[in-house]
Design a protein around this ligand. Structure first.
Ligand code: TEU
Length: 515
């Protein structure tokens, strides 16, 4: 049976403000993305995920949506989107868009109407509650919001509290109201009808809340968004899945399930009738350590493998410091991490710029703009070595990551020994290897270096590959049965040579059986 495209795809996450600017205003846009598809095609990317570009007051940089069915003028127009989609499709590249169903902007006409009066027809579209006392004496419960403060904001005009797991400008929708479900399904249809290949679904775990709104345990430090896990969400997801599956062409849903346990994330695949894919952020929060990663991988194999669910792998995204920086800052580690990310069993998600080995940008206090302080991983993509690095016009909205003069697409593309070419070579290897694309996974015993070197085999019928990743700066001897040829080396372009059983510090290799 043919596999759905998303099983063997390598995804690339684009933060549209930061990718490429066609308008010269210092903020990236859809036409900018279109003009840079060459880079992604050249690298070997199969699908792009574009973070929100909808109409928005931008208090959470687009995750506060004021109109799900239009493009914010900052990013262009619907016609720009159609052109981008057509160009991507013409290259055989899929496009998924971000969908933010847990909350809208407080400027969304639905919320404006909802807050206009207690009798509003849309009052129940959001989560309005009385407090325990009279008026605004005390909140309905003790939940904490994701970027600080409480999840409840008092509305003076109608004298009730409304719930927001994130900012006060992001009121939570009431998914128990069937009209909300219908209206939100319509927003999905709008994009499915335009031809998108799927959605990245924001804050899946938040969609329904315990109707009793119980307090979180005293002493819990996590914001409520990080622990909300209500069974009724699964019915919502089955509805979304039916809608996606009713379209031709394997339209897919990849959900952000921000509950830091693989076993919990596994529930959101349902019985193959909920999410097609789900992010599991436990590996993202794992340190760069062979044992820690072995544990994470084993867990994914166990929890998802038993369901027949397909894992996803993410090292960096727009909410967390870039992995190169988290792993200690050396480019060698970022190279080894790339080989790991792109050879594990599952769908890898590359975050824009990681293929250049970008580090966190230093953002001085006067330039911090994000309420969650996540600016450092959202620096503009440096395209070339010119003064504006491909951003002609206004100064980009955030400062550059270190060394854009040398660490940019043009320079690294011209240098076959660069990290960018490591990404490209592993992606090329994936294309010709069923084992790497959709094959099975088996952990390998690699001898005395087992505490520092992770080794695994991928197999599909008689196709076999081995990956070895040295997690430390010290060289290591590896015991490996059989004869192997180096197909990709994270450190050098001298490939096609026999593997000699030795890894340098921070080195990773992809091996194929010697002829
Ligand atoms: O992130 C939601 C999310 O789960 C994390 O931000 C987490 O809840 C938070 O760090 C608290 O610990 C998504 C988007 O990825 C993020 O950019 C948005 O700001 C957020 O939703 C709200 O839409």
């Amino acid at each position: 049976m043919a596999q759905p495209w998303w099983k063997s795809a390598v995804f690339y996450q684009i933060y549209p403000r930061s990718f490429a600017d066609s308008g010269g205003d210092g903020v990236g846009d859809l036409e900018g993305i279109r003009s840079r598809l060459d880079h992604l095609g050249w690298m070997g990317i199969d699908a792009i995920w574009i973070c929100p570009f909808y109409r928005s007051p931008m208090t959470d940089f687009g995750y506060d949506v004021a109109d799900y069915c239009d493009v914010d003028p900052l990013f262009g127009t619907l016609e720009d989107f159609d052109r981008l989609l057509a160009d991507a499709h013409a290259r055989g590249m899929k496009v998924i868009v971000d969908w933010v169903p847990n909350h809208t902007s407080d400027q969304h006409p639905w919320f404006v109407e909802s807050r206009s009066s207690r009798q509003s027809a849309k009052r129940d579209w959001y989560l309005w509650h009385d407090g325990p006392g009279t008026g605004n004496e005390g909140r309905p419960n003790n939940w904490k919001a994701a970027f600080g403060g409480d999840t409840w904001t008092w509305d003076d005009a109608t004298a009730q509290w409304y719930l927001h797991l994130f900012l006060p400008t992001q009121p939570d929708l009431n998914w128990r109201n069937p009209e909300v479900e219908v209206a939100m399904h319509d927003t999905l249809r709008f994009w499915l009808d335009r031809g998108v290949d799927g959605f990245r679904v924001d804050v899946v775990q938040g969609l329904t809340k315990d109707p009793a709104f119980p307090d979180d345990p005293p002493g819990q430090v996590l914001p409520h968004a990080g622990v909300n896990d209500c069974d009724d969400t699964h019915a919502v997801l089955r509805g979304l899945r039916r809608l996606a599956d009713s379209y031709e062409g394997d339209r897919m849903l990849v959900g952000e399930v921000y509950l830091l346990s693989t076993a919990t994330v596994a529930k959101y695949f349902g019985n193959d009738d909920e999410l097609h894919l789900a992010f599991d952020f436990t590996p993202l929060y794992a340190p760069w350590d062979a044992d820690a990663w072995r544990l994470r991988i084993d867990e994914a194999e166990r929890e998802l493998g038993s369901l027949g669910a397909w894992p996803t792998w993410t090292l960096s995204n727009h909410d967390n410091p870039r992995h190169r920086t988290r792993y200690g800052g050396t480019e060698g580690r970022a190279r080894a991490a790339a080989l790991l990310l792109l050879t594990l069993r599952g769908a890898p998600f590359v975050y824009y710029g990681e293929e250049l080995g970008l580090e966190e940008a230093t953002v001085v206090p006067s330039r911090v703009v994000d309420p969650g302080g996540r600016d450092g991983c959202r620096a503009p993509m440096p395209w070339d070595g010119s003064a504006g690095h491909g951003w002609s016009g206004a100064e980009p909205w955030l400062p550059w990551s270190p060394d854009p003069e040398t660490r940019n697409v043009e320079a690294l593309r011209a240098d076959e020994s660069s990290i960018l070419h490591v990404y490209r070579r592993v992606l090329a290897a994936r294309r010709t290897s069923p084992a790497l694309r959709t094959g099975g996974y088996r952990a390998l015993e690699v001898g005395p270096a087992a505490r520092t070197v992770l080794g695994y085999e991928r197999t599909a019928d008689d196709d076999r590959r081995v990956a070895l990743v040295n997690f430390t700066a010290d060289p290591a001897e590896v015991a490996l049965a059989g004869h192997w040829t180096v197909e990709v080396d994270s450190e050098s372009t001298a490939e096609g040579t026999p593997f000699a059983g030795r890894l340098g510090g921070d080195q990773a290799v992809l091996l194929s059986p010697a002829e």
